[in-house]
Write a protein that binds this ligand. Structure first.
Ligand code: ADP
Length: 381
């Protein structure tokens, strides 16, 4: 329980019972703050809110924030205004927990857009009735622009590298298929090594492309009704041979008809990354892929398990961060960029899902993905 200074507490009622004094304080704060009534009519708008959005108090007081004033959208441009979408409305009237700050785009008075990081909180009367909502926002346009520039740079660099590499791969394949004439044993062996290294380089370029893509604020995904069991089946089949080639057992048990609203390509990519890692970081034993439905939570549950090198406890928290790799010989010998799990995390979160890791160093890992969905939904549209 927090201990407050009693002397300070005694002075506070005079501030809170006198709105002008409170407004003076809120006007000195560098974050934008506005207060609305339960219908989102704007009752207070501080000076930082004026500075960030260009709208002056007289432009907005008494108006509804949904009246095309801020015209909030998410980073992909989807509207957030309207009762069924507005996070402030949801925190006030649908008991939705305020949660962590949200990045949104807001309209500037000059017609441009500012990117703000927003927190919402409902305001209650002493009788616990909703009397309004408070929004605090911070201008993050500059840092978002920098991130986007970085993402664009990586994306164009990766594209530039991809084309010559694809060319090299094509010619190497032709030479190895002896379409350009016979090869002696040494030449063939050397060329196979070149080919393997080229493939590794291509995988790194793919990761960089992904990173650029997922860092871009335009990142969006399709929402189609799709059969996740079928997606997982295809993923399992595509990895089966790779696991056997490495001498691993590969078991999979997928409940049929698991259905959700999602992006087929992205979800395939997420499970490809998880299964690819399971095989990559396992030298002996078994890889397992299981999928089913938890009726209690209403979630599809997908488990990817391996009996591989495991992930030390200290590393587990950071494992989904971009570029994070465990520093040990088992990981180092495999190569990689540390982008794969970051991409998985982004994709699953964009599907309103979550991912949980259980791992014992040296004894294998299980990644469990929970996704909202149904056990026997309709056909893919
Ligand atoms: P990459 O494999 O390219 O390094 P990832 O983002 O896919 O990048 O994974 C991040 C790190 O997490 C890896 O470097 C590795 O240390 C660890 N890791 C991921 N999956 C597994 C796994 N199944 N078993 C052991 N370690 C793993």
């Amino acid at each position: 329980m927090t201990k407050y200074d009693n002397n300070l507490i005694k002075k506070l009622p005079s501030i809170f019972s006198n709105f002008d004094r409170l407004a003076d304080i809120l006007n000195q704060i560098s974050d934008g703050i506005y207060i609305t009534d339960p219908d989102r009519k704007i009752l207070f708008w501080n000076l930082a809110a004026e500075k960030i959005t260009g709208y002056r108090q007289e432009d907005v007081l008494g108006k509804y924030c949904a009246d095309n004033i801020l015209a909030h959208t998410d980073m992909a441009g989807n509207k957030l205004c309207g009762e069924d979408l507005c996070p402030l409305h949801k925190t006030m009237h649908e008991n939705q927990k305020p949660g962590s700050p949200l990045k949104v785009k807001a309209k500037h008075r000059d017609g441009g857009r500012v990117v703000v990081e927003v927190s919402f909180t409902p305001l209650y009367s002493p009788e616990k009735e909703i009397i309004g909502g408070l929004e605090i926002f911070r201008d993050v346009s500059e840092s978002v622009e920098l991130e986007e520039q970085k993402a664009r740079f990586f994306s164009s660099l990766s594209h530039e590298l991809k084309t010559p590499l694809a060319n090299m791969q094509g010619y190497l394949e032709l030479i190895l298929a002896k379409d350009a004439g016979p090869l002696n044993e040494v030449q063939e062996e050397f060329l196979k090594t070149v080919y393997e290294q080229e493939q590794k380089l291509s995988a790194i370029i793919e990761d960089l492309l992904d990173m650029g893509h997922f860092e871009s604020t335009d990142f969006s995904y399709e929402k189609n009704l799709l059969d996740l069991s079928e997606v997982l089946n295809n993923v399992a089949r595509s990895f089966y041979a790779m696991a056997l080639k490495k001498g691993l057992d590969f078991k999979y048990d997928l409940a049929p008809g698991l259905t959700l609203l999602g992006d087929r390509e992205r979800l395939t990519q997420a499970f490809n990354n998880l299964l690819g890692n399971a095989i990559k970081y396992t030298e002996k034993g078994t890889i397992e892929l299981n999928a089913g439905y938890d009726r209690e939570s209403g979630e599809i549950v997908v488990k990817v398990s391996d009996s591989g090198i495991g992930i030390p406890e200290d590393d587990q928290k950071a494992i989904f961060e971009m570029f994070y790799r465990v520093e040990n010989p088992g990981t180092r010998s495999q190569g990689g960029t540390g982008v794969g799990l970051y991409v998985v995390d982004r994709i699953i979160k964009r599907h309103d899902g979550r991912i949980h890791l259980e791992s014992t160093n040296g004894a294998g890992s299980t990644f469990t993905v929970y996704l909202p969905g149904s056990p026997d939904g309709g056909k893919e549209s």
